[in-house]
Design a binder for this molecule. Structure first.
Ligand code: AHR
Length: 333
């Protein structure tokens, strides 16, 4: 039986105990890093159903995953970015990976719903699936090993808490959302509302700007015009949309930090520079650099070990120019 089969058997019989894990350990090598421990270099194949080009956060995240699952580490990572963010292209890639019999699938879903059939097929083929960043709806965690991501609800809750404290006497705010159907959008709205609590801030509007700076600018321009510039806060669900809103504010003759404050999520370098320069008011990191964590989880899953169903990636908040300046020099993304 090839090393891969033993890993699958180990995964399928995880409940059997020591013998199984012993088999897996033997076939997965000392470090479990894809080698078979038997002297030959058994490579672990990883199918990465990815989002593809979407912005700075995605670039940092997917590069980190590809760099981590390297040949030197004992992996062959097959990268399958979506075609124009289209879910069908992701489902087709997922299906191909199952048919090909990869050892494990990593999935960053462009849409939260519509994954049940694919996940069930992988389960029948005893191929473990690990969700990266994006969750699925309905969230049936029997269909995947774990989800690895910062906690969107908690991250957005901290943004809401900051907003409520920053505007004790209330004011008008708008939300620039990611695309409809993406799981993190709902999680971020839920968290932000929780953080606002009984704040007297008033929500004037919420629209998608599809994670884009260009759309963030045009959508916020329209919001400013329709409110006669009477907006004191923008919650942008990612950096690019917040940077676009900052451009719109400037072109409307508003001063960010005085006339309007802009809070974003991601913590990419451009946003941190904008925070340091006063063009943004608050940036909460949504740390994309979790490749090492994903590799550890893959090793555990292939060795038939238990893994928590949600692994939260720590992320921090930056609420001032000084805070941003302090980290800019060695920012990794
Ligand atoms: O799912 C994470 C989100 O997707 C990031 O906040 C955004 O920048 C990316 O496009």
């Amino acid at each position: 039986m090839s090393a891969k089969k033993r890993i699958r058997v180990a995964f399928g019989l995880a409940a059997v105990g020591a013998l199984t894990i012993g088999l897996a350990a033997c076939s997965s090598g000392d470090s479990g890093a894809g080698g078979d421990g038997g002297g030959s270099e058994e490579i672990t194949t990883v199918g990465f159903v990815a989002v593809g080009p979407e912005g700075a956060w995605r670039e940092a995240n997917e590069s980190n995953i590809q760099d981590t699952f390297s040949e030197e580490a004992g992996y062959e990572l097959k990268y399958a970015p979506a075609t124009n963010l289209d879910q069908k292209s992701q489902i087709d890639a997922f299906t191909s990976f199952v048919d090909e019999g990869v050892d494990v699938i990593l999935l960053s879903a462009t849409e939260a719903s519509g994954w049940e059939d694919s996940l069930k097929r992988a389960q029948e083929a005893e191929i473990p699936v690990i969700l990266l960043d994006r969750g699925i709806e309905p969230d049936d965690d029997s269909l995947y090993v774990t989800r690895i991501a910062p906690d969107n609800v908690e991250v957005a809750k901290e943004v809401g808490t900051w907003a409520a404290a920053t505007f004790p006497d209330g004011g008008n705010y708008v939300v620039l959302e990611g695309p409809a159907g993406v799981g993190v959008v709902n999680e971020r709205n839920t968290g932000f509302d929780e953080g606002l609590g009984d704040s007297s801030l008033t929500k004037l509007d919420a629209q998608t700007a599809n994670w884009s700076a260009e759309e963030g600018k045009s959508v916020f321009e329209t919001m400013l015009k329709s409110s006669n510039n009477d907006i004191q806060l923008v919650f942008a669900q990612n950096d690019e949309m917040g940077l676009g809103a900052a451009q719109a504010a400037e072109e409307a003759g508003l001063v960010v930090g005085e006339d309007v404050k802009i809070a974003t999520i991601d913590g990419t370098k451009n946003a941190m520079q904008a925070l340091a320069d006063g063009q943004l008011s608050y940036v909460h990191e949504y740390n994309p650099l979790f490749g090492e964590t994903a590799l550890e989880v893959v090793e555990k899953a292939l060795a038939g070990e238990d893994v928590d169903s949600y692994i939260v990636v720590p992320s921090e908040a930056f609420d001032s120019a000084e805070a941003a300046q302090a980290v800019l020099a060695d920012r990794k993304y």
